[in-house]
Design a protein around this ligand. Structure first.
Ligand code: PGA
Length: 260
C-alpha cells in the first residue's frame, strides 16, 4: 500500500485528478468508480476544471457508483445516483448513458445487487475506484465486521454512519437505515484503489487501516490485500500514522513518471 501525505484536501484532490487524467489518456473509456460524501469533492472539482480548460478529454469515461441508499426515490437529491450525476457526470460533460449504479428501489434487492456485480464484470471491471473512509473505518457502506470477501448486497447502517450523514438530510430521522453497497470483495476487484481521507476526524480510522492488522472490524484495512492501493491523506488525517516520516520519504524518492 502506498501512502501519500499531502498538505491539504485541495492538494489531495489535484493529485488524484492527475492520476485519473493519466488513466484516461492511456484508456479513454476507463471505468471510474466514484464515491460520495464530502471527501472526494476536491477530486471532482479538479477534474471538472481540467475538462473546462480543455486539458482533459473525459468524454469517453464511464462512471460507476459504489453504493446507494435503499428506498430513496432515484431522483431524490440525496440519492447517490442524483449526487453522482450532479457532482461527476454533468461537470465532466458526460450523460447518464455513461453511468451505472445499483437500483436502490428494486423489489428484489438481492437480485439488483447480483445484477450490479455482473454489470461491473461485463463492463470489463473497474479501472480505478475512488474511496472515502468512514470514521468507523468503513469503505463504501461496508460497516465494521463486513466480510472481507463480501459481494454487493444490502447492509444496515450503524447509528454512527447515520449520524455522520444526517448533515445531508433535514435530520437523522430522514437518513435511510439500509443501503446497497459494493462488497469488499467487489471493491478489491478494481485494478487500482485510491482512498482519500482528510481531516483529524479520520486520523484514527486511517491509522488502523494502514498500520493495524487486516480485520473485518476495520473494513478499509482490506486495502492491504490489494496489489495497487494508494491512500492519500492530508496532514490532519495522517496525524496518527507511526510511519508518517517513512511514507513522506518514500513518496519524495519516487520517480515522478510513475504517478500514483
Ligand atoms: P465523508 O464520508 O467523505 O463525507 O467523510 C466518507 C465515507 O463515509 O465513506
Amino acid at each position: 500500500m502506498e501512502v501519500v501525505i499531502v498538505p491539504d484536501a485541495k492538494a489531495g484532490g489535484a493529485l488524484i485528478a492527475e492520476a485519473i487524467a493519466a488513466l484516461l489518456s492511456r484508456k479513454p473509456d476507463a471505468l471510474l468508480g466514484v464515491a460520495t460524501g464530502s471527501t472526494p469533492l476536491p477530486v471532482y472539482e479538479a477534474l471538472a476544471a481540467r475538462v473546462r480548460s480543455g486539458a482533459l478529454d473525459a468524454s469517453r469515461a464511464r462512471i460507476c457508483q459504489l453504493d446507494e441508499y435503499v428506498g430513496l426515490p432515484a431522483d431524490h437529491p440525496e440519492s447517490y445516483r442524483s449526487t453522482v450525476l450532479r457532482q461527476v457526470v454533468e461537470p465532466l460533460g458526460l450523460t447518464e448513458s455513461s453511468f451505472m449504479g445499483p437500483d436502490g428501489n428494486a423489489e428484489d434487492v438481492q437480485g439488483a445487487c447480483d445484477a450490479y456485480d455482473r454489470a461491473l464484470a461485463e463492463a470489463g471491471g473497474v479501472d480505478l475506484q475512488l474511496l472515502g473512509i468512514g470514521t468507523d473505518g468503513h469503505i463504501g457502506f461496508n460497516e465494521p465486521c463486513s466480510s472481507l470477501a463480501s459481494r454487493t448486497r444490502i447492509k444496515t447502517l450503524t447509528e454512527q454512519t447515520r449520524q455522520d450523514n444526517a448533515r445531508f438530510f433535514a435530520g437523522i430521522d430522514e437518513v435511510p437505515h439500509h443501503v446497497i453497497t459494493q462488497g469488499i470483495g467487489t471493491i478489491l476487484e478494481a485494478r487500482h484503489l485510491v482512498l482519500l481521507a482528510t481531516g483529524a476526524g479520520k486520523a484514527e480510522a486511517v491509522a488502523r487501516s494502514v498500520e493495524g492488522p487486516v480485520s473485518a472490524l476495520v473494513p478499509a484495512s482490506a486495502l492491504q490485500l490489494h496489489p495497487h492501493a494508494t491512500v492519500v491523506v492530508d496532514e490532519a488525517a495522517a496525524s496518527r500514522l507511526k510511519l508518517a516520516d517513512y511514507f513522506r520519504a518514500t513518496y519524495a524518492a519516487k520517480p515522478a513518471w510513475q504517478g500514483l
